[in-house]
Design a protein around this ligand. Structure first.
Ligand SMILES: NC(=O)c1ccc[n+]([C@@H]2O[C@H](COP(=O)([O-])OP(=O)(O)OC[C@H]3O[C@@H](n4cnc5c(N)ncnc54)[C@H](OP(=O)(O)O)[C@@H]3O)[C@@H](O)[C@H]2O)c1
Length: 288
């Protein structure tokens, strides 16, 4: 089973994504649940406002931390890119109260960045001096994923993955690539569980509703909540190393932990495998 990693984009920014109405967001309680359930992996970024600082307050509970670098100008010399990356990582480490990162992603997903040898050489040199253990790319499109796989230089790739779209994972499997995979946005920033927020997406992508209805019927037949179905399917997938979940609600975290342990029957998994195998345009929030 993949490891649970807590994504912290909404930790200090309640306007990020589609939060549930739950008000149980007290951080000590949230981290207590993490501890009780041996959840010790967290994903952050300098862009997530005070999230790195907040994680620093709980650093003794964190055994795996990923953050990101951004603002890289590919036209600069390799040395300047290297220094820029070091500055960004050192600033993150101070906030996180850590002396090294387990994983550093490029936050920029553009092809001119992720395919740039100067950028990757710089990351490799940062790894060699021990500030990071591994580095990866975080992608939004198939073209970006193919580029990362072809480069064969990244240790990790972070991909969008949800119960209706596992196409990025299929691409990695077809390539028989050894890269480690972190899945993110398994609830599409909360969209899959927030009917109110779905209206604007429905207008742009009429087939979204058709797929949602299929999911609702499956969860009704199994007598489980849609949220349980979404989560347990993702945790049933092989070849995933991490599942990043974006909740900051203690009860939604508890629900995620329980659902991640639920085993769906083979027939349901087969139906969901078929539903999710083809790419869906609306998996990319940049198109909403
Ligand atoms: N480019 C990148 O590198 C990149 C891009 C996007 C995301 N990420 C990372 O991935 C993480 C997750 O991304 P995401 O926000 O797209 O993730 P997500 O896990 O798909 O969605 C999180 C949203 O779902 C809601 N939610 C969770 N459980 C719920 C439940 N049981 N019922 C109703 N709503 C529920 C959350 O609200 P509640 O808080 O109310 O539970 C939150 O608003 C981010 O925090 C970040 O670390 C990285």
């Amino acid at each position: 089973m993949p490891k649970i990693c807590i994504g912290t984009a909404s930790f200090t920014n309640p306007k990020y994504g589609f939060c549930s109405a739950k008000s149980d967001r007290e951080k000590n309680q949230f981290f207590k649940i993490c501890k009780e359930n041996k959840i010790d992996a967290f994903d952050t970024a300098p862009r997530y406002e005070g999230s790195e600082n907040l994680l620093g307050n709980f650093q003794d509970q964190i055994n795996f931390i990923s953050t990101k670098v951004e603002g890289i100008d590919p036209n600069l010399s390799e040395d300047k890119i290297y220094r820029g990356i070091i500055n960004s990582i050192e600033s993150s480490l101070i906030k996180l109260k850590k002396d090294r990162l387990n994983l550093c992603y490029l936050h920029q997903n553009e092809l001119e960045i992720i395919s740039n040898q100067k950028v990757i050489n710089a990351l490799e040199n940062v790894r060699k001096i021990g500030l990071i253990e591994e580095y990866g790319a975080s992608i939004y499109t198939l073209e970006e994923l193919k580029c990362v796989l072809n480069m064969k230089r990244f240790g990790w790739v972070q991909i969008p993955l949800n119960i209706l779209d596992t196409s990025f994972l299929q691409e990695i499997k077809v390539n028989k690539n050894e890269i480690k995979v972190a899945a993110r946005s398994i609830i599409l920033q909360g969209l899959l569980l927030s009917t109110d927020s779905q209206k604007s997406v429905l207008e742009k992508f009429p087939n979204f509703n058709e797929f949602m209805n299929k999911l609702r019927n499956i969860s009704k037949k199994l007598s489980i909540h849609l949220s349980t179905l979404l989560i347990s399917y993702i945790f049933s997938l092989k070849d995933l190393d991490l599942v990043i979940t974006g909740t900051s609600s203690s009860s939604n975290l508890q629900e995620l932990i329980s659902a991640s342990k639920l085993q769906l029957d083979k027939k349901t998994v087969g139906i969901l495998d078929k539903l999710s195998s083809l790419p869906k345009e609306w998996t990319n929030p940049k198109l909403w």
